[in-house]
Design a protein around this ligand. Structure first.
Ligand code: F6P
Length: 327
């Protein structure tokens, strides 16, 4: 049964991602347009437990579409994983007369939303905000496009010094246990090899590749390694090469949290704006307790449980292509 929604609370949780502010802005502006009130919850579920809510008006989100990070701040909250924590959060929402919550984040955010909505009758809509792009039910997550552009830009710079010194660079990119960032970054940066958690590529394959490169006297190479790669971290792979193939002068660069910051790309701004807008419209139409995304450019809803448990797969054609283009 749908209820009348008058006050919406919004939060960002988990790792920040460029474009989160554009989504917050879209929610606030759409809600204002629909004569609804928006409340910003500071620091994700932690702020919900502590009752840290503030009214957000249209002017409060001016000049935010271009800003990285999140104006609402974010946190990973252990207490929300407990029934007692969620009870406190519920009481805070009641104190502010909140009718619905829009939660922007990744898997942990959706897990919190799932448990909360099983226990309490305040509807949630989840928006996918993570650089990792590892959320089922949406082709792209907010922040992913910016993160891969940042990684590619960084590798382009590494390439200059790598080629000048004829060095082999192992570049580690983020992505937790999935290889979306590494796959696109590997393709776009013209990497000689790309190590993904989803493939069986190991040191043996790397050795074969390097032998071929050595015969061609190609000592300068870029190898992209996903942080979740199972056959070794960038540092471990580099050590293996040093021990077994000393003619390669190896170095390691970890791009790290650089990938999380910066002004969102135009793609992320548009994606975040669309999702923020659609989240408010969905709540008005009585669509509750769903994760919202875009599939083939169209608005798509999935249950929180599916978004949490189903695995989004990498494009196998792109993985095949990586092998063809390597070295
Ligand atoms: O989920 C986003 C992400 O940046 C992952 O790619 C990475 O594994 C993790 O967060 C890092 O988390 P933290 O910022 O807590 O170190």
């Amino acid at each position: 049964m749908s209820k009348e929604i008058k006050r919406i609370a919004i939060l960002t949780s988990g790792g920040d991602a460029p474009g989160m502010n554009a989504a917050i802005r879209a929610v606030v502006r759409t809600a204002t347009h629909e004569d609804l009130h928006t409340y910003g919850i500071e620091s994700g579920y932690k702020g919900m437990i502590e009752g840290n809510l503030t009214r957000l008006e249209s002017k409060d989100v001016a000049n935010t579409i271009l800003r990285g990070g999140t104006i609402l701040k974010t946190a990973r909250c252990e207490e929300f994983k407990t029934p007692e924590g969620r009870q406190k959060a519920y009481e805070s929402l009641l104190a502010f007369d909140i009718d619905a919550v829009i939660a922007i984040g990744g898997n942990g955010t959706y897990t919190g939303a799932y448990y909360f909505t099983r226990e309490y009758d305040i509807p949630f809509i989840g928006l996918p905000g993570t650089i990792d792009n590892d959320i089922y039910g949406t082709d792209f997550t907010i922040g992913y496009d910016t993160a891969i552009n940042t990684a590619v830009e960084a590798i382009d710079k590494i390439r200059d010094t790598a080629s000048s010194h004829n060095r082999l660079f192992f570049v580690e990119v983020m992505g937790r246990s999935s290889g979306f960032i590494a796959l696109e970054t590997g393709i776009a940066s013209g990497a000689a090899a790309t190590f993904l958690p989803e493939t069986n590529w190991g040191v043996d394959e790397l050795m074969v590749l390097l032998k071929k490169a050595a015969i061609r006297k190609k000592l300068f190479n870029i190898v992209v390694v996903a942080e979740g790669n199972k056959s070794g971290t960038a540092t471990e792979l580099a050590k293996h090469v040093k021990d077994n193939f000393p003619e390669f002068d190896s170095r390691v660069a970890t791009i790290g949290h650089l990938q999380r910051g910066g002004s969102p790309s135009a793609y992320d701004r548009v994606l975040a704006s669309r999702l923020g807008y659609e989240a408010v419209i969905a709540l008005q139409n009585g669509i509750y307790n769903k994760a919202l995304g875009l599939v083939s450019g169209k608005v798509h809803f999935v249950d929180f449980l599916d978004a949490i448990n189903k695995k989004k797969e990498l494009d196998t054609e792109k993985i095949k292509m990586l092998d063809v283009l390597a070295m």
